[in-house]
Each structure stands twice: as C-alpha cells, then as structure tokens.
Ligand binder design. Structure first.
Ligand code: ATP
Ligand code: MG
Ligand code: MG
Ligand code: MG
Length: 577
C-alpha cells in the first residue's frame, strides 16, 4: 500500500525538543517517530512503529532460526514468584509494584526468569522433553533512576527475552553459543557497529556473561578494548577519588569507609589493613579468609562478609555460597534488624542462606556493587564499588582487577583503551538460581530427578530504534539502514504540474506492485519543505519526480551519500528492486 504524506499522521518539527540530550532523541522526536508521554514513556507514531516492527521481525527470525519458540506472558504479574526468588525485594526501587482492588500485591515485569522457569516446570517433566528455548517480545517496566535519552532508557520498553532450559552444563553452553551466534547475525543484519564484551572482565570464568555494546559516544557504558586484539570488557565505573569516611546514623562507633571507585585488590587489601581491624591481609586471601580475619575479638554472634551486587547484575550465588560455610554465617533474625535498623534493606543471597534466615544487609546509602565487612555488631567497614568477578572471585583467590585503561591487554596483545557504548544485548548462563528456587526437575532415564540449568538472553528491541538512529544520522536528519527503514523509497513530487503528479502516482503504483514500500509526498508544500522532511525522515532512497519527467527521467538520491543519479522512468522499478 502506498502511504501518502498528505494523509499520514505525521507532523515534523523544525525545532529540537528542549529535553533532548542526544541526537537520536532529538531526531526521532523532530521527525515524528515518537512523542513523550511521561519520563521514560513514549508513544510510537506511525513511522516509529514501523521501524520498531521491522526490528522485531528481524529479531523474531533469528530467534526462530535457532529453534526458540515464541510465547507471551502478561506484564502484570503476581508477587509470589518474585518473592520466591528474592527479587521482589532485591529489585529495590527499580520495580513497579501495585495492588489490586483486593489488596493483593502485583508487579509490572522487569524481566521474566521466574515465569519462564515456572511455566517449563508446569509443562515438562521428562528428560526427553529437554532442551527447550522459549522467548517473548514484550513490554517491560523498570522504574529507572534516570530515564534518559528518549527511548534509549525508558521506564516502559520492549525487550526480547529468551530463556534456555538444559539438562546439563554442556547443553547450557551449547544454548548460550547458539544465542551468541544468533545475536551476531542479528546485529550484523541491522548494520550495527558493536562490540561483544565480557560483562565481568572474565574473572568469573569463560563466557558466563557477555554484553553486546553498540559503539556510541553518548553511551552510558564504558568498556575497554585492546588496541591490537579483539579483547573487550565492560568497565562499570571510572576511577574517582575516594570520599571521606562518614559516620553512620544511630551508630556512634561505626564509620563507612570508601575505597576509590573501581578498586583493585591491592586497594582492597590496603583498605582492610588500614581499617583498624587488627588483622593483616594479603592479596592471596580468599573471601572466606577475609571474613574469618575480620571476626572481632570476642565476637560470638556473627561475622559476615556481604557482597552486594546491582539488582540487574548476576553473581554466581552458588559459588559465593560455597565460599561461605554456613557455620560461619550466623543466623540473623528480625530482632537483630530491629536493633540495627539502618542495616536492614531486604536481602538477596544464596537460597540456603535465606532459608536460614540470613538477610542481605544493606545500608540504604551504600550503592550496589559494594562489598563490606561487618564485624561483631561493633564496627562496620565498607568497601564501595567492588564487583564480584571483576575485583575478586567469590570462591577463589582474590585477583587484581583486569580491566583498566592503559593496562596491557590481558590476552597479551596491545594496550587497553576506553570507549563508550550502549548495551543492546546481554546473554547469560544463569545456571540453577531460578530452577533451584522453583525446583524445576526432569525425571532422568533412571527415574532420578535432574535439576534443569538455565540461560537468559535479552535484546533491547525498542532501544535498538534509538541506537540505530544514534549510529545513522547527519545534520539533516535520520538515515535508516534499509532493513529497518519505515519505507523503502520516499517519492517527492517537485512541482505543481499535473503531469508530474500523475507521473509520480504511476511510478508509486509500479513500485508498490513490485513489493517496494513507498511513501509519496503529495502535499501542496514547496519542494524545499518536502526535501527537508525527506532528509529528516531518513528513508534511504529519495526519488524526485520533477521537471525531468518531461524528458523521461527522474532523480534518485542516496540519502546516506548524497549522490544523485538520473534514471529513465521506464527503468526505475528495475533500478530500485
Ligand atoms: P542497562 O545496563 O542499560 O541498564 P540492563 O543490563 O539493565 O541494561 P538487561 O537486564 O540486561 O538490561 O536487559 C536486556 C536488554 O534490555 C539490555 O541489554 C538493554 O538492551 C535493554 N534494556 C534494559 N533496560 C532498558 C531500558 N530502561 N530501556 C530500554 N531498553 C532497556
Ligand atoms: Mg539496567
Ligand atoms: Mg547493563
Ligand atoms: Mg544487562
């Protein structure tokens, strides 16, 4: 069907929106693709929706190609499954929580691991059923602290999330690799410039989690890459000076100590050795040793090293749990929290510890990504911005952080340089965190249960619209890659001549019949206005029908290169298919 600009629900803007921080946001609003409704909430107008749908189609094709099956969950979810995994609390302020008329708790799904695990448990029970991979393309809700840059960081956004279910680790590794390959194909098809980075510098071992970052100056993620090899890793924070130690409200004997951002293990060891703990630490200390050594003289109740991780970052809790022997982790109950209210902020943690009533102690002022040592209910020592996996291995020897600008690349080739990117995909070997929580088992050939192992894989579908705009624009407007462009050809009728208009209609009909998606600017506006809009809207091919028609030619302009070509009207369909 030919789309006519005269009746298209589209109004382009001459002025940049006042709140636009980045080019994609500015241009998507100006060109009439999206409109803001609330912080982090956007309407998709016809052009925007077309791009979104085309991206979805590519994502769907690549998911189907690896045998993933599409399903759809509600976004409105009951509290219970998220309570069972601890995420009702763990997600903190990021979760939209609400109540129904009867007072029952609900949430708007930020991601759906719980539902997928429960659904597979409900339908499958034999080892013969596995492996299986399911996905959905669905609206997610996160109450982001800083919704930003239009659709790049929304509070409501479209994500493709898939989940693999395998009988064993090898199966999981295969499912993970299949997704990794599919993501490479997908992002290549979209013509994106991107890097694949280890999400935790590789210290967690192998490819347990990788992020796909689109290269963009305006990105929020900093990564380092080698000048010579393909090595790349995410860096969560840049180095900043340490803030001064701060008193803790209600605890005259306690102070919060900060290490500099992105501490190396040397920093951590130094910190521990100067924190007045009366013990000496070395870089060879395991997490468990640190815990034991920080036990205060006379401590009888509990000592606990807590590792706080951002709500959206996964730590291998099984390994962490294995590094903490239950006997050494004292049991805390509500009374303890009542005595130390400033410590209490929900919990995350190994399920076994949770079952024993051990809570995740979080000082609300301390950012996720924090590890802290708390000794005997006397003095707290906090190490800020420590990342499990990057700064230490939860159950192993403490290792220096690997990823810093200027360092030699860990693979021995080249030097690390920093760059910025936008996360477009994230693949993760989850393991059994969720299948343990819901006891998702398959009955094996010997009739013994096999605990299923899981992977989770996300793509920011609506974010990709912004990312593609970020990577494909110039001063005049957007320049869509063909695969996602709202139309294939933008026909501009230049001139008031009846014959020109009729000729353009004929060309549009011929192209349409040949399966080319056409937008025809048939407005009574001046050619200048029409050209400006065509450049702004960003369809890759602009076809100008004007005076030349009398001589049997039209002009084809490549939006990206600006190159113009005169083509015979008779040959135009052939030229453009
Ligand atoms: P970010 O680091 O940008 O906050 P995330 O790590 O929290 O992203 P995931 O939980 O890994 O995101 O979700 C999978 C994908 O969903 C991300 O790779 C990203 O492309 C997309 N995504 C996440 N949050 C948003 C958002 N607020 N708006 C749009 N897309 C998002
Ligand atoms: Mg996030
Ligand atoms: Mg992230
Ligand atoms: Mg992520």
């Amino acid at each position: 069907m030919i789309t006519r600009t005269s009746s298209l629900f589209l109004r382009t803007l001459r002025e940049d929106p006042a709140d636009a921080e980045v080019p994609s946001h500015r241009l998507l609003v100006r060109a009439g693709y999206v409109r803001r409704v609330a912080p982090g909430g956007y309407s998709w107008l016809p052009l925007g929706l077309r791009v979104l749908r085309r991206i979805e189609a590519v994502v769907r094709e690549e998911m189907n190609a690896i045998g993933a099956q599409e399903i759809q969950f509600p976004a409105l979810l009951p509290r219970e499954p998220y309570e069972a995994t601890g995420r009702w609390t763990e997600y903190g302020d990021g979760l939209f929580r609400l109540k129904d008329r009867k007072g029952a708790d609900y949430l708007l799904g930020p991601t759906h691991e719980e539902l997928f695990a429960l659904t597979v448990k409900g339908e499958y029970n034999s080892y013969r059923d596995y492996p299986v991979t399911l996905y959905q393309i669905q609206t997610k809700y996160r109450d982001e602290a800083r919704p930003r840059a239009g659709i790049l960081r929304g509070r409501e956004f479209v994500m493709k999330d898939s989940y693999s279910f395998d009988l064993d680790d090898d199966g999981l590794a295969r499912s993970y690799q299949a997704h990794r390959d599919a993501y490479v194909k997908l992002f290549d098809r979209l013509g994106l410039e991107y890097v694949v980075v280890k999400a935790t510098s590789g210290a967690m071992g192998g490819s347990a989690s990788e992020e796909f970052l689109a290269v963009a100056e305006t990105g929020e993620d900093t990564y380092v890459r080698s000048t010579e090899s393909g090595y790349a890793a995410n860096v969560e924070a840049v180095v900043t000076p340490a803030p001064a130690a701060q008193p803790v409200e209600g605890r005259p004997d306690a102070q919060v100590h900060h290490t500099p951002n992105t501490p190396t293990i040397e920093t951590l060891v130094n910190f521990l050795n100067t924190a007045g703990l009366g013990r000496t630490f070395t870089a060879a200390d395991t997490l468990k040793n640190v815990m034991l050594k920080t036990r205060q003289p006379g401590a009888k109740e509990w000592d606990l090293v807590c590792v706080a991780v951002p709500g959206d970052r996964e730590v291998d809790m099984k390994r962490l749990e294995a590094s903490l022997e239950p006997a050494e982790v004292a049991l805390l109950d509500e009374a303890d929290f009542a005595k130390n209210p400033f410590l209490v902020k929900g919990y995350i943690g190994p399920k076994a510890l949770q079952d024993n009533g051990v809570r995740y102690l979080a000082d609300p002022r301390i950012a996720p990504g924090t590890a802290w040592v708390t000794g005997a209910d006397k003095v707290d020592h906090h190490v800020v911005d420590l990342l499990a996996g990057r700064d230490f291995i939860p159950d192993g020897t403490i290792e220096a952080a690997e990823v810093r600008e200027g360092d030699a690349s860990p693979d021995g080739h080249g030097t690390l340089v920093a760059a910025r990117g936008i996360e477009i995909g994230h693949i993760f070997q989850l393991g059994r965190k969720y299948t343990d929580a819901f006891e998702v088992d398959a009955l094996g050939p010997d009739s013994k249960p096999i605990r299923i192992t899981m992977g989770s894989y996300g793509v920011g579908v609506s974010r990709l619209v912004g990312v593609l705009a970020e990577q494909n624009h110039d001063d005049l407007g957007l320049i869509w890659p063909r695969v996602v462009s709202p139309f294939d050809v933008h026909i501009v009728i230049a001139g008031k001549d009846e014959a020109v208009a009729a000729g353009a209609e004929k060309i549009a009909a011929d192209l349409d019949a040949a399966g080319i998606e056409v937008i025809l600017d048939d407005r009574k506006a001046s050619p200048g206005v029409k050209f400006a809009d065509a450049e702004l809207v960003g369809v890759p091919t602009i076809l100008v029908v004007g005076r030349g028609l009398a001589n049997g030619v039209v002009e084809v302009k490549d939006r990206r290169t600006g190159e113009r070509e005169e083509i015979a009207v008779d040959a135009i369909v052939e030229h453009l298919v």
